[in-house]
Ligand binder design. Structure first.
Ligand SMILES: Cc1ncc(COP(=O)(O)O)c(C=O)c1O
Length: 462
């Protein structure tokens, strides 16, 4: 300890952090000029990170140099401007720098006692998210690892509430012997929602699936009658098409039946913060819980998901725990609302992202990405390729013709390196997915990527 704290140690730490920061900044500056996928040779060089646990420790400066020299070329340039895979945000500079500070501070964000700063930033970040989305300030919430855990967290509150209303304390007694809970979700619900239901003991195969239309929207007229302890799961933003379930119609029916409504809005719910897209999220504010991701459209570094729950006490009933050594003092402890206890300080990045964007910047980011998605669809359509979805948000599905041609174009584009798009199968048809979710994507990146897509498609015979 003494050795670490002396002047020489402090100077060495400062040099190390300066070196890491310089390497990180050079990495980011180089993203525009490199292929999005790492070269096979770069992956082979990862061998240098192998071998047995070393007997002796190495110099930290050498460790950082090795990681940067060998690791950085092996990264996928998903922080860069032309990564359109999955639904992937970049990291806003303020959020990234805040993440570095948080790393240095190494706070345990489980409680006020563990870190008053972390608890305050988390509460502030959640309040700002609610405000930006136009939700009631009385809602509760939790910062978790991603939308999968946000779905889990919201559905844990749901499970508590519907069973409590049926006279059953599920946290105390478990599910064996509990009144059955019926769960209803759309046919195109995200896989993570089903996983969350499975983790909660609600089962993935017992879910009643409501048929979807050609965009993946639940058909309101096909909603079954809800009764007893029931949870209706809606989606705000289909991962393939970007489509939204018809919230206004189905939430009214669920409310009348006393069901809990949970919304998986991993990326789509951010549209509520953008006046030109907010019509898409109309009605969703009437739900009881919502899951969204900050590492998607809010563009904070991985990982950060957000669970919001209308009645904070339902979330607390599902999540809180106690032990004498926790030293609770009556203030809002994050761990009373989260699945985890010890955890990193995610609030700092959410706070910094919203502070750096402001309401206007967040709206502009969402709107710009949607406009860029429409430009992809327009350009590809004009080139003669079929767009499979109504491009209402930031997602584009394109077919280049026969299934094998589409597969070849996706592989060819990934190998060519200008940009990266993944593949999917949309209602039986193979397609390339374009998801525009990054603050770093400029209009010229869209034009450059569009040119590459059309060139590769032609070369593949599309
Ligand atoms: C609609 C939806 N829900 C949930 C998820 C899962 O999010 P995460 O990977 O952050 O857990 C995604 C990821 O793309 C998604 O699009």
């Amino acid at each position: 300890m003494a050795e670490h704290r002396d002047d020489e140690g402090a100077a060495a730490t400062e040099r190390l952090l300066d070196d890491a920061a310089g390497r990180a900044a050079r990495y980011l500056a180089g993203l525009d000029g490199r292929a999005v996928l790492p070269a096979p040779a770069a992956l082979e060089r990862l061998e240098a990170l192998g071998g047995p646990v070393p007997d002796e420790g190495a110099d930290p400066a050498d460790i950082i140099a090795l990681l940067d020299d060998v690791g950085a070329p092996a990264t996928v340039a998903s922080a860069g401007p032309r990564y359109f895979g999955f639904v992937t945000g970049g990291a806003l500079p303020a959020a990234l720098a805040a993440n570095w500070l948080a790393g240095a501070w190494d706070q345990n964000a489980f409680s006020v006692t563990g870190s008053p700063l972390a608890a305050i930033l988390e509460a502030r970040a959640l309040a700002w998210v609610l405000e930006a989305l136009g939700f009631s300030a009385d809602c509760g919430g939790a910062l978790v690892t991603g939308a999968t855990m946000a779905n889990f967290t919201g559905l844990a509150a749901a499970r508590h509430a519907v069973l409590e209303a049926a006279g059953w304390d599920v946290e105390a007694r478990g599910l064996a012997g509990a009144p059955p809970v019926s769960v209803v979700a759309g046919a195109e619900a995200h896989a993570s929602l089903l996983k969350a239901l499975a983790l909660l003991g609600l089962g993935r195969e017992t879910v009643v699936r409501v048929p979807a239309d050609g965009q993946g929207r639940m058909r309101a007229e096909a909603l079954p009658t809800l009764s007893g302890p029931a949870i209706l799961c809606l989606q705000a933003g289909n991962v393939n098409t970007g489509a939204f379930d018809p919230a206004t119609e189905v939430i009214a029916a669920a409310r009348a039946a006393g069901a809990w409504v949970h919304v998986d809005g991993a990326f789509g719910l951010w549209a509520a913060a953008a006046p030109e897209r907010a019509h898409l999220t109309a009605g969703f504010e009437g739900a009881d819980s919502w899951a969204l991701d900050a590492h998607k459209w809010l563009n904070v570094p991985y990982d950060c998901g957000i669970a919001l729950v209308r009645r904070p006490e339902a979330l607390a009933a599902a999540m809180s725990m106690d032990a004498a050594y926790f030293m609770k003092d009556g203030q809002r402890d994050p761990f009373d609302f989260t699945p985890e206890a010890s955890r990193r300080m995610r609030g700092i990045e959410v706070w910094a992202a919203l502070k750096s964007l402001g309401r206007k910047g967040l709206a502009a980011l969402v709107e710009r990405n949607c406009r860029q998605a429409a430009r992809f669809a327009g350009g590809l359509g004009k080139a003669g390729f079929e767009i499979l979805n109504e491009v209402v948000l930031n997602q584009v599905l394109v077919s280049f013709g026969a299934p094998e041609v589409t597969q070849r174009v996706i592989a060819g584009l990934q190998a060519e390196g200008t940009c990266w798009c993944g593949g999917t199968v949309w209602q039986g048809r193979p397609a390339m997915r374009i998801s525009v979710s990054s603050w770093a994507t400029r209009d010229r990146d869209v034009e450059r990527s569009l040119e590459a897509m059309i060139r590769v498609a032609r070369a593949e015979g599309a």
